[in-house]
Design a protein around this ligand. Structure first.
Ligand SMILES: NC(=O)c1ccc[n+]([C@@H]2O[C@H](COP(=O)([O-])OP(=O)(O)OC[C@H]3O[C@@H](n4cnc5c(N)ncnc54)[C@H](O)[C@@H]3O)[C@@H](O)[C@H]2O)c1
Length: 293
């Protein structure tokens, strides 16, 4: 298969990442079907499309015709079988739980045409832990977008030992068609490139906060004004989801047995309170609008 053969895209999961990956594909001309198991999430994603596209037209970033074409290219459904049925390329962006992803891939293997590539947007899980749930392991790989997917240019493409040259090449080429900047990762490591680097920064930031060295606001400011990061580690965790930080740390600990990999006490505290960050209105920072009197 060549990238020119990719016409229909299926995205599984319409959450934080999935709805934006879907819209990105639709804007670049791909017929895109996005599935989720939660009706409210599908509704929210559809509403996002309806407000985002006119906004881009207003800003002069898209013509009216381009916005209309994108709207026609994208649809949302609760039926993954229907979404994957005619897909040439599938991007799974469901919850970061290994068993769930394995189940989704086993189903996708039955629903999607035999030629379809099945990519996972997982932040930490390497595709060799998922590929054997299918009968096409050579077509299963990591394609890791960054948040927000409509904005961030980087995509990490990981060629695990089971992945064919063709699969890796088509995926790299698809990233370029979407005007992303793909990096090619030659070996599987949990968390790939950038999240491994951010994990170290995040852990150090949390340690300094817990030791009372500085406030989270000042730690964030140091990274923004001293290192030129677009946002500091606490703000970034709120954006990506503290639930994701917790799950990834627990998974790292399960693999290594090293207590240093456990989530820090402050991450555990936010996690058990359900304070996952911006998406729920509270994480390290408070995002709830003050109630009108
Ligand atoms: N949040 C980030 O910054 C970020 C960045 C890059 C990659 N990722 C990865 O992307 C994936 C999704 O993360 P997210 O932040 O969008 O999570 P999220 O919780 O916002 O969305 C996940 C969605 O998956 C849906 N889902 C669960 N089971 C499903 C199923 N069987 N079929 C269809 N949908 C199902 C959930 O209903 C939910 O809407 C994860 O693997 C995560 O590691 C996240």
């Amino acid at each position: 298969m060549k990238v020119e053969d990719v016409k229909n895209v299926c995205v599984v999961g319409a959450g934080n990442m999935g709805h934006q990956i879907s819209l990105l594909c639709a804007i670049y001309g791909y017929k895109t079907k996005c599935s989720d198991v939660v009706p409210e999430i599908l509704k929210k994603a559809d509403n996002f499309v309806n407000t985002y596209l006119p906004g881009r037209v207003e800003k002069g970033k898209l013509t009216k015709e381009q916005a209309e074409a994108a709207r026609n290219n994208i649809s949302f459904t609760s039926d993954m079988k229907e979404a994957a049925g005619d897909a040439d390329f599938v991007i799974e962006a469901a919850t970061e739980v290994l068993d769930l992803k394995r189940k989704i891939f086993a189903d996708l293997d039955k629903f999607a045409p035999a030629h379809a590539i099945l990519a996972t947007n997982s932040s930490y899980i390497v595709s060799s832990r998922i590929a054997d749930a299918t009968k096409r392991p050579d077509k299963v790989l990591n394609m890791h977008f960054f948040n927000p997917a409509l904005v961030m240019k980087l995509v990490e493409v990981v060629k695990g030992p089971h992945v064919s040259e063709e699969t890796a090449n088509v995926t790299m080429d698809l990233c370029k068609k979407l005007e992303k900047v793909p990096v090619f990762i030659k070996k599987e490591v949990d968390g790939f490139l950038l999240n491994r680097i951010f994990r170290v920064i995040g852990k150090e930031a949390q340690w300094m906060l817990e030791m009372g060295v500085a406030s989270m606001e000042d730690i964030d400011k140091a990274c923004v004004y001293g290192a030129g990061h677009p946002m500091g580690p606490f703000r970034l965790m709120d954006l990506t989801g503290i639930d994701l930080t917790y799950i990834a740390s627990m998974e790292a600990f399960r693999k290594s047995g090293d207590p240093a990999d456990l989530p820090t006490p402050s991450v555990v505290e936010h996690y058990v309170k359900g304070e996952y960050g911006e998406k729920v209105g509270k994480g390290w920072y408070d995002y709830k609008k003050p109630e009108k009197k």
